[in-house]
Write a protein that binds this ligand. Structure first.
Ligand SMILES: [Zn+2]
Length: 245
């Protein structure tokens, strides 16, 4: 009886050996490797406190926090637009740059845009009564704004003088052969005139007193001169010939 039991046990052992599959062998190998890996890691373990790490835009983790890096990491990246030099430049006036940036993005609430939101809107140009006020009409094809622009810029732009929006944007953004001062005057006057004309347009729409074109011209001219004085006071010597234009 005992001999029979031993025989059955041996048979069972043999059965277990025979039943080991290829997956079992692989699993066994991984298990051994993992154990060795853990053992080697344990040798190098150093007791340290947990620290916070900041991931930058390249996906690397740094100990120091960078506002710029974090902003680059979370913001949506776009291609650089080719006209930003004409909006954001040294000695620009922020409120002029901002309104020009809005205009360049096509976001000013001109008559044609208001028409898309509400069919009953008054879409006419308040400055000349043209039935449809558009961006290119307001800057500077409208007789009122054209009068202002011509008085200020015809002498500067000479044979390149234009009231066409696209042509003007091309002039102030393109790499022209203009001097640094001429480019600055063109950009600054472009922005300040947009600001003044838009302000005048809004004033009239809200029933305020009308400012005639010559008044706007005087204000803009004074504005430009004041800006050159500010630049000189700040120590900027690059536009020293600005008053000569
Ligand atoms: Zn008009």
């Amino acid at each position: 009886m005992e001999a029979t039991l031993i025989c059955v046990y041996q048979l069972m052992q043999l059965w277990r050996i025979v039943c080991i599959t290829e997956e079992d062998v692989i699993e066994c190998k991984y298990s051994i490797r993992l154990r060795w890996r853990l053992r080697s890691l344990k040798k190098n373990w150093v007791q340290e406190d947990d620290i916070s790490l900041w991931r930058n835009e390249k996906g690397k983790y740094k100990k120091t926090f960078s506002t710029k890096g974090t902003w680059s990491c979370i913001r949506e990246m776009h291609l650089l637009c080719d006209w930003y030099h004409a909006i954001w430049f040294d000695y620009a006036t922020p409120k002029f740059s901002f309104i020009t940036w809005v205009a360049m993005r096509g976001r000013l609430t001109t008559g044609d845009r208001m028409l898309r939101w509400n069919g009953n809107s008054d879409t006419s140009c308040i400055l000349c009564q043209e039935p449809l006020e558009t961006l290119s009409h307001l800057f500077f094809e409208c007789p009122y704004s054209a009068q202002v622009w011509e008085a200020l810029m015809k002498g500067v732009l000479k044979d390149q003088y234009t009231v066409n929006w696209d042509a003007l944007v091309g002039l102030i953004t393109g790499a022209s052969s203009w001097s640094k001062t001429k480019l600055f005057i063109a950009r600054y006057m472009f922005q300040s005139t947009i600001h003044m004309v838009w302000k005048e347009r809004n004033r009239r729409r809200h029933g305020e007193t009308i400012a005639p074109a010559p008044l706007l011209i005087r204000r803009l001219d004074k504005n430009m001169r004041n800006q050159f004085t500010v630049i000189r006071r700040k120590g900027g010597k690059e536009y020293g010939d600005g008053m000569a234009f």
